[in-house]
Design a protein around this ligand. Structure first.
Ligand SMILES: *Cc1c(COP(=O)(O)O)cnc(C)c1O
Length: 405
């Protein structure tokens, strides 16, 4: 029998063995287990040193200054700190925030909370290819807009947004730009010396580091972005994020960023070739629709709808292949993806969408096996599907998805 194949790298990545080795090292008496805030002894001071080396590694990946990096528990917390922190600290400047309908729930749910707490939020519609046109951003900016929040790469479709253009526009108007880069950090070059982004969220477990650690970049130059903390306590992270620093997690995230920085170009080129191989195999099935942008897209994500079948049925048929119908966070409920719906994808195509996400440990053999298994399953399910028959006869049907094979 074959081992199961993991093609859900956009949900989380396995920890790189080089990172895992470090992670274990700083837990026990013979490692750097000390509290980095304990500056009175060497245990604490050495841990603090290791934390600063890791901060440098994260900063290097983003071409930022180390003091612009604030440790958090992940991208969710970084998004919360950025949005709530800025809207609270800068309430006197205005109460309006601009974002898009295709953001991760870790931005959208924060926006809903802000709306219940005195802010107004505009949610922009994407184009059918998932991009947010610059003119639409320009038209939605208001005199009291304080912040724009736009993800770099969408976690469901892989679509890349033009942060440079949108950031330049925001800056012209004195408006801050925050970006959730959980899907792009370590995969696309990000140069904060030139990119006009003021706040940026990253997560270690999307770039082969451990879960439970991430960072928020907060721009310090030419001007310091003001924000209020969410947590109060020991004054760590310059008062912006209290709590004892998890040295082992931080050191691991630093190493994950170092590796990503060193290997990004070669790795992305390889993953791009694997995705093309998968897409070519699917093209043979006919009536397979790409959800997203054919050019402006990250290498590791391929979101496709297999017309005539329900994604859940396909996933059930692919028992030893891990893929997803959308983001991991929304697949528990059976709503069609909010991202695809915002792009104007109809309910039937949205329910037929499967996200394949590839990564560091994906091999060509994996791709060939998946292509083979998917082709067989799609052909079999289509034979059983009244929807596919209707589709071929050109009949538009109202579907009860629960009844499909
Ligand atoms: C995974 C992900 C998150 C959540 O990150 P955590 O570190 O798990 O909190 C947020 N945004 C995007 C785009 C993601 O892909």
């Amino acid at each position: 029998m074959y081992a199961p194949i993991y093609l859900d790298y956009a949900a989380t990545t396995p920890v790189d063995p080089r990172v895992a080795a470090l992670l274990g090292r700083h837990l026990t008496l013979d490692g750097l287990f000390g509290n980095p805030s304990s500056t009175t002894h060497a245990f604490g001071r050495q841990a603090a040193q290791a934390v600063e080396i890791a901060r440098n590694q994260v900063a290097t990946l983003l071409n930022a200054a180390p003091r612009e990096i604030i440790w958090t528990s992940g991208a969710t917390e970084a998004n919360n700190l950025a949005l709530v922190g800025v809207m609270r600290a800068q309430a006197r400047r205005g109460r309006h925030l601009l974002t898009s309908k295709t953001e991760h729930k870790a931005v959208l749910d924060v926006c809903r909370w802000l709306e219940r707490n005195g802010c107004t939020v505009t949610y922009l519609d994407p184009d059918p290819d998932g991009q947010i046109p610059l003119e639409r951003v320009a038209a939605a900016l208001q005199p009291d807009t304080v912040l724009v929040s736009l993800m770099h790469v969408n976690n469901e479709t892989g679509v890349i947004h033009d942060l440079a253009a949108i950031g330049a526009l925001a800056r012209e108007r004195g408006i801050l730009l925050h970006s959730d880069t959980a899907q792009s950090a370590g995969k696309l070059p990000i140069d904060l010396q030139t990119l006009p982004v003021d706040l940026l969220s990253i997560s270690a477990h999307k770039l082969y580091g451990p879960k439970g650690i991430g960072a928020l970049y907060v721009r310090q130059q030419p001007t310091r972005v003001r924000l209020e903390p969410l947590l109060y306590g020991g004054g760590q992270e310059r008062g912006l994020r209290a709590g004892t620093l998890p040295t082992h997690q931080i050191v691991a995230m630093g190493e994950a960023c170092r590796i990503a920085h060193d290997e990004m170009n070669v790795e992305q080129a390889r993953i791009q070739r694997l995705r093309a191989r998968l897409w070519q195999a699917f093209a043979g099935l006919g009536t397979v629709v790409l959800n997203g942008h054919s050019q402006q897209s990250i290498a590791g994500i391929l979101n496709v709808s297999f017309t005539g079948i329900a994604a859940e049925a396909l996933l059930a048929a692919l028992s030893d292949i891990a893929v997803s119908t959308g983001s991991a966070c929304t697949s528990a409920n059976h709503e069609p993806s909010h991202v695809l719906r915002a792009m104007g994808v109809d309910a039937i195509q949205a329910r037929a969408a499967v996200r394949f996400s590839l990564g560091r440990f994906t091999t060509a053999e994996d791709i060939d096996r998946v292509a083979c298994a998917v082709t067989a399953a799609v052909n079999r399910l289509r034979e059983l599907s009244p929807l596919w028959e209707d589709y071929q006869r050109g009949v538009k049907t109202e579907v009860d998805w629960g009844a499909l094979p």
